[in-house]
Design a binder for this molecule. Structure first.
Ligand SMILES: NC(=O)c1ccc[n+]([C@@H]2O[C@H](COP(=O)([O-])OP(=O)(O)OC[C@H]3O[C@@H](n4cnc5c(N)ncnc54)[C@H](OP(=O)(O)O)[C@@H]3O)[C@@H](O)[C@H]2O)c1
Length: 212
């Protein structure tokens, strides 16, 4: 599979490295390729390009850009490079303007995932992986042998099925489909609990398990 990963931070790096480890042909996109020089020396099988280059390269695209810049990053990626493709949206609408803990610049009755879907109506947006830290996203077995949940939200059943296959290849055992993209409001707002748990637990290497 050819994958385009938009974002050079810890999430973009983790997703890119894991996809390459699984044998996919990956290009990571950034506005500043030089910032990845050191990382690239340890990941020479991964191509580095612009947001547009990575989006054109990918049959499937991952949005691992800062939430406040995601719409801008996707505009730079170019609608024509994104149209018809699955966009795995991992972003969070975090607003750090008043310090820690951050608030959300969209919530309750809307979500960043939905804003992205409205701005790019021909892109098949699937929100997932935004409720755990980068390392857990790609190596779920590192916690409780993978006995915990990841959520998935999206309007396109076929797109969600493709993303479920990718999540399974990462090692996810429990993938909970919450429904259409409006359910991303809930997983984006979950960050409020996640941050408090992080403070209380003392590590980001945790997740939740749904018990009935
Ligand atoms: N860190 C985690 O464990 C975690 C967990 C769950 C969800 N998330 C979400 O995943 C996303 C990525 O997180 P991260 O920690 O890896 O990195 P980040 O620091 O939140 O984002 C870095 C990326 O955002 C791009 N970016 C920032 N402002 C931009 C703008 N105005 N226009 C275009 N691009 C812009 C940067 O572009 P350049 O490459 O050009 O600098 C870079 O590629 C975020 O939305 C975050 O909330 C993160």
């Amino acid at each position: 599979m050819k994958a385009g990963v938009l974002g050079s931070g810890m999430v973009g790096q983790a997703i890119s490295a894991r996809l390459a480890e699984l044998g996919h042909d990956v290009m990571i996109g950034t506005r500043d390729p030089n910032k990845l020089n050191e990382w690239h020396s340890a990941h020479q099988d991964i191509k580095i390009g612009s947001f547009a280059g990575a989006a054109a390269h990918g049959e499937i695209i991952f949005n691992a850009t800062n939430g406040a810049g995601s719409l801008e990053a996707l505009r730079m990626a170019g609608e024509s490079n994104l149209n018809g493709k699955v966009l795995v949206d991992i972003s969070e609408p975090l607003d750090f303007s008043n310090g820690m803990p951050p608030s959300l610049f969209v919530s309750n009755t809307d979500s960043l995932g939905e804003q992205i879907q409205r701005a790019f109506p021909n892109v098949r947006v699937v929100k997932t992986l935004n409720t755990i830290t980068a390392n857990v996203m790609v190596y779920p077995q590192r916690i409780a042998n993978g006995d915990h949940q990841v959520f998935i939200s999206g309007n396109d059943a076929g797109a969600k099925a493709q993303v479920v296959d990718i999540l399974k290849s990462f090692g996810w055992l429990h993938i909970l489909d919450l429904g259409d993209l409006t359910t991303a409001r809930a997983t984006e707002m979950y960050i409020a609990i996640w941050l408090r748990l992080w403070g209380a637990v003392g590590t980001g290497m945790f997740n939740i398990k749904i018990m009935k």
